[in-house]
Design a protein around this ligand. Structure first.
Ligand SMILES: [Zn+2]
Length: 292
């Protein structure tokens, strides 16, 4: 067997080993995108590899619709679960309805422009009856400046559950691993939530973060019926193809600056040796190894 064939055989054996052990398949490089994986590209033009599906229901949350649109970056899905669980533990009885994330492999997801790379989620607003009893959100119903919303399907008026919705925003912005870059919301929603937060004496840092991420996107439709939350790429995700757009949040930048770069994992070292297809330098290295 020549050096090239030996190299190919060795690579195939290692790939098989990684797949069998569950270490590497999700991030296996493709001929088109060697060494790329996770959230690839920008939210309005990219794909998702190795995503995780949010469970249909859990402590404090439920899917709005039973479809295939609940895939996201695993750490982002974890963060959504953590936030919903936290609200549930602080104020039991409400349920967070969760709309679209991405589909399993990402890509175009109508009617959204974004939601393509597993970094976006639509979170419905917590609602109560006019008397204040928590009810599961019937879907995308428009909340006015007075905090009231008409539920067409149920033929009834509902009220924004300001307390739980604020607790959700707070849980997300205070969660370092969530890395929330945006929570798109209408100007009215933003005002209602921040006023509530100030009144209950939230810390300056939490308020500052919330006031930066809550924003009515222009253009992008009035977000008075849900929060559209986006997570920022980690440096490691950027190395794998996650493309950052928009502002870098100060607290996220500080976090990254304070986090020492982790040594490469066994999996990463194995992949480096495997040499992604099309990477000439790494291929030459593998060839030399094979010839030894
Ligand atoms: Zn959205």
């Amino acid at each position: 067997m020549g050096p090239l064939l030996r190299s190919v055989a060795r690579r195939a054996a290692l790939v098989t080993l990684l797949c069998v052990t569950g270490l590497g398949c999700a991030r296996a490089p493709s001929p088109v995108h060697p060494g790329v994986g996770g959230s690839v590209g920008v939210p309005h033009g990219g794909v998702l590899a190795g995503g995780r599906e949010l469970p249909r229901r859990g402590p404090g949350w439920v899917w709005l619709r039973g479809d295939d649109r609940h895939w996201g970056l695993p750490r982002f899905v974890d963060a959504i679960e953590r936030a919903a669980r936290k609200v549930e533990s602080q104020r039991p009885g409400g349920t967070l309805s969760i709309g679209d994330l991405s589909v399993r492999r990402g890509g175009r997801l109508l009617p959204h422009l974004s939601h393509r790379t597993g970094r976006d989620v639509d979170l419905l607003l917590y609602m109560t009856t006019l008397e204040g009893a928590p009810v599961q959100s019937p879907g995308f119903i428009h909340v006015g400046a007075d905090g009231l919303a008409y539920d067409e399907a149920g033929k009834r008026w509902l009220r924004l559950d300001v307390e739980r919705t604020w607790l959700l925003v707070k849980a997300l912005v205070e969660d370092d691993a969530a890395r929330v870059q945006w929570a798109f919301a209408s100007t009215n929603l933003e005002a209602i939530l921040l006023e509530w937060a100030r009144a209950r004496g939230e810390s300056g840092e939490t308020l500052l973060r919330a006031s930066e991420i809550l924003l009515q996107p222009r253009p992008g439709g009035v977000h008075d019926d849900h929060l559209h939350v986006r997570t920022a790429c980690t440096p490691e995700e950027q190395a794998l193809g996650c493309e950052h757009t928009g502002p870098v949040r100060r607290w996220i930048a500080e976090l990254d600056a304070a986090t020492p770069t982790a040594p490469p994992s066994t999996e990463e070292l194995l992949f480096a040796i495997l040499s992604p297809i099309g990477a000439p330098e790494a291929s030459a290295h593998a060839e030399r190894h094979a010839a030894e």
